[in-house]
Design a protein around this ligand. Structure first.
Ligand SMILES: NC(=O)c1ccc[n+]([C@@H]2O[C@H](COP(=O)([O-])OP(=O)(O)OC[C@H]3O[C@@H](n4cnc5c(N)ncnc54)[C@H](O)[C@@H]3O)[C@@H](O)[C@H]2O)c1
Length: 364
């Protein structure tokens, strides 16, 4: 008898997404086996992605969202393949899920792992640990606009791509960032915009940030322009704790953060519907990496760390810590995939993490 069974929809999708989702599933199943019946995972895997598109002309089943609604969480790989335009794959699958399931908070921790050399010299002697909170439902990815609006034809086309900022949308993500900051050792929120150049939506964001900040007098806050923040990521990362930004800005900054931590392959993310009206989705930050897909060399850490965020979401805090500790133990003992300077395969890395899941290595 199992006390609690979590129903998880796995969508490996394309390229290395397939390799890293398989790795993460092994880690979660190991934890379930070790739980002595406390919890289990009931997996259903969906074949959606670019191959499905080649066969059906759709990125996911027509009733896919309805089907996914019955799950406790979604575990996602990565979508995209050179045979299908990227905007078709992204809007047809990933954004279709995040937007329709109102997964408005995208949490992307930047973690520096032992044994992984950062391109930042400062990382050798300074403890660095921050998290990017990305507005995930509107902003620059609202999908508003059009092409060839005035019918002027080839050579004269006009395209509009409009960013949408609502006071409610800004407020909920900014409050989320402040609440998260309160749970961290360094209670600080840095808000990022480009409100000097984008004087409507981003000034609204800044105004909401100032208003919400007054409700959190115990949390330090600052507003920084995105160009200055990208420099700060490199030059003064020790000043960061929670960084909150719009969809596009946070997307770019979180890739910069994971590159500074050593590789895109180690970055985890959670797309949360904090009200829990819909399942949340957990996925590595990286894409399908067609350049290395199928070789068995992809780094599974981003996907496995995303599985830890899923455990956190389920309230399995000790298990989440165990996975994080196992990742650190594996990299710290020199098991490294190619992207982080080693020669371990995806399987080697996953095996090392699973081996380190022993209760003896778990922090008290
Ligand atoms: N969330 C998503 O599904 C998502 C995110 C970004 C890009 N994409 C899609 O992925 C495809 C490729 O995009 P891209 O090349 O810009 O980004 P990418 O993240 O796939 O790859 C960028 C670089 O990082 C490396 N990399 C990525 N993941 C890795 C891993 N786990 N281990 C080791 N190295 C890794 C790749 O080899 C490549 O050199 C495109 O179709 C794009 O649209 C999807």
């Amino acid at each position: 008898m199992t006390d609690k069974t979590y129903k998880i929809a796995a969508i490996p999708a394309d390229g290395v997404g397939k390799e890293v989702v398989a790795a993460g599933r092994r880690v979660l199943d190991t934890l379930a086996e070790q739980s002595a019946g406390r919890f289990a995972f009931d997996w259903t895997e969906f074949p959606w992605g670019c191959e499905y598109y080649d066969q059906t002309g759709k990125m996911m089943a027509a009733d896919g969202l309805q089907t996914l609604q019955a799950f406790d969480a979604i575990y996602f790989g990565a979508v995209g393949w050179p045979s299908v335009p990227d905007h078709v794959t992204l809007w047809g699958l990933r954004l279709n899920i995040t937007q329709n399931f109102d997964q408005w908070a995208n949490v992307r921790p930047v973690k520096f792992l032992p044994g992984v050399v950062s391109p930042l010299r400062k990382a050798d002697e300074t403890e660095l640990d921050w998290v990017v909170v990305r507005e995930n439902s509107e902003g620059e990815y609202a999908g508003l606009g059009g092409r060839n609006l005035s019918g002027r034809g080839p050579g004269n086309e006009v395209a509009l791509q409009t960013a949408l900022f609502t006071e409610k949308g800004c407020e909920r993500i900014i409050r989320f960032a402040f609440d998260l900051a309160r749970t961290r050792a360094v209670k600080k929120v840095s808000s990022v915009t480009k409100s000097n150049a984008q004087q409507y939506g981003m000034v609204l964001w800044d105004d909401v940030f100032k208003r919400v900040a007054r409700d959190y007098p115990d949390v330090e806050c600052e507003s920084v322009l995105v160009d200055a923040m990208s420099a700060k990521f490199v030059l003064h990362p020790e000043d960061l704790s929670v960084v909150v930004a719009s969809n596009l800005n946070a997307d770019i900054l979180s890739d910069l953060g994971s590159a500074l931590a050593g590789s895109l392959g180690v970055a985890a993310s959670a797309n949360l519907n904090p009200e829990r009206r819909f399942p949340s989705m957990f996925e590595p930050v990286h894409g399908s990496a067609p350049d290395i897909a199928g070789k068995g060399t992809s780094n599974p850490i981003g996907a496995i760390a995303s599985a830890a965020l899923m455990l956190e979401h389920f309230g399995l805090h000790d298990e989440a810590r165990r996975v994080e500790a196992a990742i650190e133990h594996a990299t710290g003992s020199g098991v490294l995939t190619r992207d982080i300077g080693g020669s371990a395969t995806t399987d080697d890395m996953t095996n090392a993490i699973i081996a380190a899941l022993t209760p003896a290595l778990t922090p008290a």
